[in-house]
Design a protein around this ligand. Sequence first.
Ligand code: PEP
Length: 250
Amino acid sequence: MRKKLIAGNWKMNGLKADAKALAADIFAKATPNMPFDMLVCPPMNVLGFVAELPHSGVFVGAQDVAETIKSNGAFTGDVSAAMVKDLGATWTLVGHSERRQYHGETNAIVKQKALNAINEGLTVVICIGETLAERETGKAVEVVRAQTRECVPNEATAENCVIAYEPVWAIGTGKVPTTADVAEIHAAVRDEIAKVLGTETADKMRILYGGSVKPENAKELLNVENVDGALIGGASLKADSFFAIAEAVK
Ligand code: PEP
Protein backbone atom coordinates (compact mmCIF):
# COMPACT_ATOMS: atom_id res chain seq x y z
CA MET A 1 0.00 0.00 0.00
CA ARG A 2 1.58 3.28 -1.08
CA LYS A 3 1.22 6.09 1.45
CA LYS A 4 0.09 9.24 -0.31
CA LEU A 5 2.43 12.22 -0.43
CA ILE A 6 1.19 15.80 -0.38
CA ALA A 7 4.02 18.02 -1.58
CA GLY A 8 4.17 21.81 -1.81
CA ASN A 9 6.42 23.65 -4.25
CA TRP A 10 6.70 27.25 -3.11
CA LYS A 11 8.65 28.18 -6.27
CA MET A 12 10.30 31.65 -6.10
CA ASN A 13 8.02 32.81 -3.29
CA GLY A 14 9.21 33.47 0.21
CA LEU A 15 10.96 36.48 1.65
CA LYS A 16 12.00 35.64 5.18
CA ALA A 17 8.90 37.01 6.89
CA ASP A 18 6.48 35.30 4.46
CA ALA A 19 8.32 31.99 4.63
CA LYS A 20 8.41 32.11 8.41
CA ALA A 21 4.66 32.73 8.59
CA LEU A 22 3.79 30.05 6.03
CA ALA A 23 6.09 27.44 7.54
CA ALA A 24 4.80 28.21 11.02
CA ASP A 25 1.18 27.81 9.84
CA ILE A 26 1.89 24.51 8.09
CA PHE A 27 4.02 23.03 10.87
CA ALA A 28 1.42 24.01 13.48
CA LYS A 29 -1.32 22.16 11.60
CA ALA A 30 0.76 19.04 10.99
CA THR A 31 0.62 16.10 13.36
CA PRO A 32 3.02 13.16 13.51
CA ASN A 33 0.44 10.51 12.60
CA MET A 34 -1.20 12.00 9.55
CA PRO A 35 -2.47 9.38 7.05
CA PHE A 36 -0.22 10.90 4.37
CA ASP A 37 3.34 12.14 4.07
CA MET A 38 3.79 15.87 3.68
CA LEU A 39 6.65 17.76 2.03
CA VAL A 40 7.34 21.47 1.63
CA CYS A 41 9.92 22.81 -0.83
CA PRO A 42 10.76 26.43 -0.01
CA PRO A 43 13.13 28.47 -2.18
CA MET A 44 16.84 28.23 -1.46
CA ASN A 45 17.06 31.59 0.36
CA VAL A 46 14.92 30.29 3.23
CA LEU A 47 15.52 26.54 2.97
CA GLY A 48 17.94 26.34 5.90
CA PHE A 49 15.82 28.60 7.99
CA VAL A 50 12.63 26.55 7.36
CA ALA A 51 14.48 23.27 7.92
CA GLU A 52 15.67 24.50 11.29
CA LEU A 53 12.12 25.14 12.54
CA PRO A 54 10.58 22.19 14.40
CA HIS A 55 8.71 20.37 11.62
CA SER A 56 7.57 17.06 13.01
CA GLY A 57 5.44 15.21 10.45
CA VAL A 58 6.55 17.37 7.50
CA PHE A 59 9.58 16.80 5.30
CA VAL A 60 11.54 19.79 4.03
CA GLY A 61 13.10 19.73 0.56
CA ALA A 62 14.84 21.90 -2.00
CA GLN A 63 13.44 22.70 -5.45
CA ASP A 64 16.62 21.75 -7.30
CA VAL A 65 20.22 20.62 -6.86
CA ALA A 66 23.31 21.23 -8.98
CA GLU A 67 24.16 19.01 -11.94
CA THR A 68 27.83 18.66 -11.12
CA ILE A 69 28.82 15.57 -9.14
CA LYS A 70 31.12 17.80 -7.09
CA SER A 71 29.79 18.90 -3.75
CA ASN A 72 31.67 22.19 -3.93
CA GLY A 73 33.82 24.13 -6.37
CA ALA A 74 33.70 26.70 -9.15
CA PHE A 75 30.01 26.51 -10.08
CA THR A 76 28.74 30.03 -9.53
CA GLY A 77 25.11 30.18 -8.44
CA ASP A 78 24.74 26.42 -8.03
CA VAL A 79 23.81 24.66 -4.81
CA SER A 80 24.94 21.04 -4.53
CA ALA A 81 22.97 18.17 -3.05
CA ALA A 82 25.54 18.09 -0.23
CA MET A 83 24.79 21.75 0.51
CA VAL A 84 21.05 21.09 0.49
CA LYS A 85 21.59 18.27 2.96
CA ASP A 86 23.85 20.50 5.06
CA LEU A 87 20.99 23.02 5.29
CA GLY A 88 18.88 20.33 6.96
CA ALA A 89 16.67 19.38 4.01
CA THR A 90 16.08 15.69 3.32
CA TRP A 91 14.29 15.89 -0.05
CA THR A 92 14.60 17.72 -3.34
CA LEU A 93 12.63 18.23 -6.51
CA VAL A 94 14.45 17.91 -9.84
CA GLY A 95 13.33 18.42 -13.42
CA HIS A 96 10.43 20.76 -12.75
CA SER A 97 9.08 22.02 -16.07
CA GLU A 98 10.10 25.57 -15.16
CA ARG A 99 13.70 24.35 -14.86
CA ARG A 100 13.38 22.56 -18.19
CA GLN A 101 11.75 25.58 -19.84
CA TYR A 102 13.81 28.48 -18.46
CA HIS A 103 17.14 26.72 -17.88
CA GLY A 104 17.20 24.26 -20.77
CA GLU A 105 17.38 21.21 -18.54
CA THR A 106 17.33 17.98 -20.54
CA ASN A 107 16.39 14.50 -19.37
CA ALA A 108 20.12 13.70 -19.07
CA ILE A 109 20.68 16.67 -16.77
CA VAL A 110 17.63 15.76 -14.70
CA LYS A 111 18.90 12.19 -14.34
CA GLN A 112 22.31 13.43 -13.17
CA LYS A 113 20.68 15.74 -10.63
CA ALA A 114 18.48 12.90 -9.38
CA LEU A 115 21.54 10.69 -8.98
CA ASN A 116 23.44 13.43 -7.13
CA ALA A 117 20.52 13.77 -4.73
CA ILE A 118 20.26 10.02 -4.16
CA ASN A 119 24.01 9.68 -3.64
CA GLU A 120 23.80 12.36 -0.98
CA GLY A 121 21.03 10.49 0.82
CA LEU A 122 18.22 12.84 -0.23
CA THR A 123 14.87 11.58 -1.47
CA VAL A 124 14.23 12.94 -4.93
CA VAL A 125 10.99 13.91 -6.68
CA ILE A 126 11.59 13.69 -10.43
CA CYS A 127 9.14 15.87 -12.38
CA ILE A 128 7.99 14.92 -15.86
CA GLY A 129 5.12 15.99 -18.10
CA GLU A 130 4.17 16.83 -21.66
CA THR A 131 3.66 20.27 -23.22
CA LEU A 132 0.35 21.35 -24.69
CA ALA A 133 1.66 20.82 -28.23
CA GLU A 134 2.71 17.27 -27.32
CA ARG A 135 -0.71 16.58 -25.76
CA GLU A 136 -2.54 18.00 -28.77
CA THR A 137 -0.53 15.93 -31.21
CA GLY A 138 -1.23 12.71 -29.33
CA LYS A 139 2.34 12.33 -28.04
CA ALA A 140 1.73 12.66 -24.27
CA VAL A 141 2.16 8.99 -23.39
CA GLU A 142 5.24 8.62 -25.57
CA VAL A 143 6.82 11.76 -24.06
CA VAL A 144 6.29 10.81 -20.42
CA ARG A 145 7.46 7.26 -21.07
CA ALA A 146 10.69 8.62 -22.56
CA GLN A 147 11.12 11.12 -19.70
CA THR A 148 10.67 8.33 -17.15
CA ARG A 149 13.12 6.06 -18.95
CA GLU A 150 15.70 8.81 -19.39
CA CYS A 151 15.42 10.58 -16.02
CA VAL A 152 15.18 7.74 -13.48
CA PRO A 153 18.65 6.54 -12.41
CA ASN A 154 19.32 2.83 -11.88
CA GLU A 155 20.11 3.67 -8.25
CA ALA A 156 16.51 4.82 -7.64
CA THR A 157 14.34 2.86 -5.22
CA ALA A 158 10.78 3.28 -3.98
CA GLU A 159 12.25 4.78 -0.82
CA ASN A 160 14.60 7.36 -2.36
CA CYS A 161 12.61 8.37 -5.44
CA VAL A 162 9.14 9.66 -6.31
CA ILE A 163 7.86 10.62 -9.75
CA ALA A 164 5.62 13.66 -10.26
CA TYR A 165 3.56 13.78 -13.45
CA GLU A 166 2.88 17.43 -14.17
CA PRO A 167 1.47 18.28 -17.58
CA VAL A 168 3.15 21.58 -18.42
CA TRP A 169 -0.11 23.07 -19.71
CA ALA A 170 -1.83 22.38 -16.36
CA ILE A 171 0.74 24.13 -14.16
CA GLY A 172 -0.62 27.39 -12.82
CA THR A 173 -3.35 27.57 -15.47
CA GLY A 174 -6.40 26.20 -13.67
CA LYS A 175 -6.67 23.51 -16.36
CA VAL A 176 -6.52 19.85 -15.39
CA PRO A 177 -6.51 16.71 -17.53
CA THR A 178 -9.48 14.37 -17.38
CA THR A 179 -9.22 11.64 -14.78
CA ALA A 180 -9.04 9.14 -17.66
CA ASP A 181 -6.02 10.96 -19.07
CA VAL A 182 -4.34 11.07 -15.66
CA ALA A 183 -5.00 7.34 -15.21
CA GLU A 184 -3.56 6.56 -18.64
CA ILE A 185 -0.35 8.49 -18.00
CA HIS A 186 0.18 7.17 -14.47
CA ALA A 187 -0.24 3.59 -15.66
CA ALA A 188 2.28 4.22 -18.45
CA VAL A 189 4.76 5.78 -16.01
CA ARG A 190 4.48 2.80 -13.66
CA ASP A 191 4.97 0.44 -16.57
CA GLU A 192 8.07 2.36 -17.65
CA ILE A 193 9.49 2.36 -14.09
CA ALA A 194 9.05 -1.43 -14.12
CA LYS A 195 11.16 -1.65 -17.26
CA VAL A 196 13.95 0.39 -15.65
CA LEU A 197 13.83 -0.86 -12.06
CA GLY A 198 11.68 -4.00 -12.05
CA THR A 199 8.05 -4.59 -11.14
CA GLU A 200 8.60 -4.85 -7.39
CA THR A 201 10.07 -1.34 -7.20
CA ALA A 202 7.53 -0.01 -9.71
CA ASP A 203 4.66 -1.32 -7.60
CA LYS A 204 5.98 0.52 -4.54
CA MET A 205 7.16 3.78 -6.10
CA ARG A 206 4.89 6.78 -5.63
CA ILE A 207 3.67 8.71 -8.65
CA LEU A 208 2.23 12.14 -7.86
CA TYR A 209 -0.06 14.24 -10.01
CA GLY A 210 0.70 17.98 -10.24
CA GLY A 211 -0.92 20.86 -12.12
CA SER A 212 -3.65 23.14 -10.75
CA VAL A 213 -4.54 20.86 -7.84
CA LYS A 214 -6.98 22.74 -5.59
CA PRO A 215 -9.18 21.78 -2.65
CA GLU A 216 -12.11 21.57 -5.12
CA ASN A 217 -10.54 18.94 -7.41
CA ALA A 218 -8.23 17.15 -4.98
CA LYS A 219 -10.55 14.29 -4.09
CA GLU A 220 -11.25 13.42 -7.69
CA LEU A 221 -7.58 13.52 -8.69
CA LEU A 222 -6.27 11.72 -5.62
CA ASN A 223 -8.74 8.88 -6.19
CA VAL A 224 -7.48 8.11 -9.68
CA GLU A 225 -5.77 4.74 -9.92
CA ASN A 226 -1.98 4.99 -9.56
CA VAL A 227 -2.14 8.55 -8.22
CA ASP A 228 -0.15 8.45 -4.99
CA GLY A 229 -0.34 12.07 -4.00
CA ALA A 230 -0.04 15.58 -5.37
CA LEU A 231 2.62 18.16 -6.11
CA ILE A 232 1.04 21.53 -5.48
CA GLY A 233 2.26 24.99 -6.47
CA GLY A 234 -0.11 27.91 -5.93
CA ALA A 235 -2.41 26.21 -3.43
CA SER A 236 0.56 25.25 -1.22
CA LEU A 237 1.23 28.91 -0.42
CA LYS A 238 -1.61 28.99 2.12
CA ALA A 239 -1.68 26.45 4.93
CA ASP A 240 -5.48 26.27 4.74
CA SER A 241 -5.66 25.31 1.06
CA PHE A 242 -2.62 23.01 1.36
CA PHE A 243 -4.26 21.10 4.21
CA ALA A 244 -7.67 21.19 2.52
CA ILE A 245 -6.06 19.26 -0.35
CA ALA A 246 -4.38 16.88 2.09
CA GLU A 247 -7.75 16.30 3.78
CA ALA A 248 -8.89 14.66 0.56
CA VAL A 249 -6.61 11.73 1.45
CA LYS A 250 -8.70 9.30 3.45
C1 PEP B 1 3.93 23.12 -9.69
O1 PEP B 1 4.55 24.14 -9.88
O2 PEP B 1 4.56 22.08 -9.47
C2 PEP B 1 2.48 23.14 -9.76
C3 PEP B 1 1.84 22.01 -9.82
O3 PEP B 1 1.87 24.38 -9.73
P1 PEP B 1 0.28 24.68 -9.60
O4 PEP B 1 -0.25 23.79 -8.52
O5 PEP B 1 0.22 26.12 -9.23
O6 PEP B 1 -0.34 24.38 -10.92
